[in-house]
Design a binder for this molecule. Structure first.
Ligand code: PLP
Length: 497
């Protein structure tokens, strides 16, 4: 099916289904669909249209009906027949308006707004996970210009060619064995985590890992510690699943475990970002790690370790994962390929305690979570052939450079209005605001000006909101770009009274 043969996908004015009882004959109805598609720009000059035989089969009408419609379109100059090469929309129709296909699929004002990086509800964008297009300073993205496309294309082509009939069916619910093995080997080597491949469950992102974990281990109504300030999608998802989030404050050593105990010792789980607290980037100190593990063991609670960017540490070697200290099997380790490869893969994984593997297998089967086979195969080979480790090392050096360049430009141009604190790791900068400006009003101005930023105050629940703006440096390729962005922000700062 395509847009023109499936009425449900048709453009702005929905087309009625083909009907033998309608006032117009069938050939005329087919003709009208194509004519409208061309006029509305869904079909551009030069686009190929299906063969009469294929379309007749798809629509369930006689081939002669479609041929008649095509000959009418041909006679009126909408299409051109090119013999063996098929039929195309007439290349000379330059005056017809071309509608971008993505916009034509759902032309709602909200979609168009978010595509520009704006938010229709809150001026400062509220909590927007990601705009649909890539904007300068956009958080959460790795260096997209440094993605190893050639290697990826080579591995992709190789796997496509080698695919056998069984590989075209459903992948196993927990993920392909080769990928689970490659992840387990990598975690042991790089993050100090000892696990069996069967403990690794491949998912389609952090939220799918959290969904799997909560479906397997928690029931609605239970309470979960979350960091305050902390990553909003985690809170949103847990709340959506009927769990109660208990916001636990963080300080320079990460989650204040004693405050968690005082707030709600009986909570059933905690979701934490120990490597670089999201968004403040400090690491969870060793005494806090021990206190958290002790609480989980004593209360039989679960800890989800969200290790989204643990590999990116610039001041020293990456810290071992919290999971590596977990003697009692209370920690679930959530990793993602979004930061170390690209978010477009939509691939992540969850390492579960050995005792819980049968339970997770059951839930993974029921929930049908997972990732496409071909993507899993490519990632597995990428890891097994050593590209993954090399890529991370290369990115660590690149980010160290880009971060230094961005800090120098931002500090030089934005001081004294803003203070930039270089963190020991992570993929974003925190621009702390001096004076009376609110981070939300600056973010609103930045979004309107085409720059992406997030207001730190939006990440806080109970802790007094700090006024700071979060921006990413990973896609700032040159000092000139960094300076241009800094000057742009300076121009957007509200005038001091
Ligand atoms: C704190 C945190 N955890 C996890 C992720 C990764 O989520 P996903 O795997 O859905 O891309 C992100 C992405 O920005 C993040 O900021």
């Amino acid at each position: 099916m395509n847009r023109l043969t499936d009425p449900a996908m048709s453009p702005a004015s929905p087309l009625p289904p083909l009907s033998g009882d309608a006032t117009q004959p069938l050939y005329r109805q087919v003709y009208e669909r194509f004519r409208l598609g061309i006029v509305q720009g869904l079909l551009a000059p030069g686009d190929r249209i299906p063969s009469a035989r294929a379309l007749a089969q798809e629509l369930g009408v006689a081939r002669g009906t479609v041929e008649l419609a095509y000959s009418l379109l041909n006679a009126e100059g909408y299409v051109q027949s090119r013999g063996q090469a098929g039929t195309v929309v007439a290349p000379g129709l330059h005056s017809l308006q071309r509608v971008p296909k993505a916009a034509a699929a759902a032309p709602s004002p909200a979609r168009i707004e978010t595509a520009r990086g704006h938010d229709v509800k809150a001026q400062d964008g509220g909590w927007v996970l990601q705009p649909e297009s890539v904007l300068p300073l956009q958080m959460g993205l790795p260096a997209l210009d440094a993605f190893p496309r050639k290697i990826w294309a080579r591995l992709g082509a190789r796997h496509l060619r080698a695919t056998q009939i069984p590989g075209l069916g459903y992948p196993p619910p927990g993920g392909l064995p080769a990928l689970r093995q490659a992840i387990a080997a990598y975690l042991q080597m790089a993050r100090g985590i000892q696990c069996l491949p069967s403990q690794v469950f491949v998912t389609s992102g952090l939220r799918s890992s959290l969904l799997l974990a909560t479906q397997a281990l928690l029931v609605p109504g239970q309470r979960v510690w979350t960091e305050d300030p902390g990553y909003p999608p985690t809170r949103q998802l847990l709340t959506h699943l009927g769990l109660h989030c208990v916001p636990v404050p963080v300080d320079g050593e990460g989650l204040m475990v004693h405050r968690g105990l005082a707030l709600d010792e009986h909570a059933k789980a905690a979701v934490v970002t120990p490597a670089h607290q999201s968004p403040l980037s400090m690491s969870l100190s060793l005494p806090r790690r021990q206190a958290l593990l002790e609480w989980a063991s004593r209360r039989e609670a679960w800890i989800v370790e969200d290790d989204y960017d643990g590999e990116y540490r610039y001041a020293s070697r990456p810290l071992p994962a919290l999971k590596s200290l977990d003697r009692d099997g209370r920690v679930l380790y959530a990793g993602t390929f979004s930061k170390v490869l690209i978010p477009a893969l939509r691939m992540a994984y969850l390492v579960v305690p050995e005792t819980q593997v049968p339970r997770f297998e059951q839930v993974a089967q029921v929930c049908g979570s997972g990732a496409p086979t071909l993507t899993q195969e490519i990632v597995a080979s990428f890891m097994a052939e050593g590209h993954f480790v090399r890529h991370i090392q290369r990115m660590r050096r690149l980010y160290a450079d880009r971060r230094e360049t961005a800090v120098a430009a931002f500090s030089g141009i934005l001081s004294p209005h803003m203070r930039i604190e270089p963190q020991p790791g992570g993929m974003h900068l925190i621009l702390r605001m001096a004076g009376h400006h609110t981070d939300r009003s600056l973010v609103a101005r930045m979004r309107a000006g085409g720059l992406y930023a997030q207001a730190l105050s939006r990440w806080s629940i109970d802790t007094p909101p700090e006024s700071a703006v979060l921006v990413s440096f990973t896609n700032i390729a040159t000092a000139e770009q960094a300076e241009a962005h800094a000057r742009h922000i300076l121009a957007l700062l509200p005038q001091q009274p």
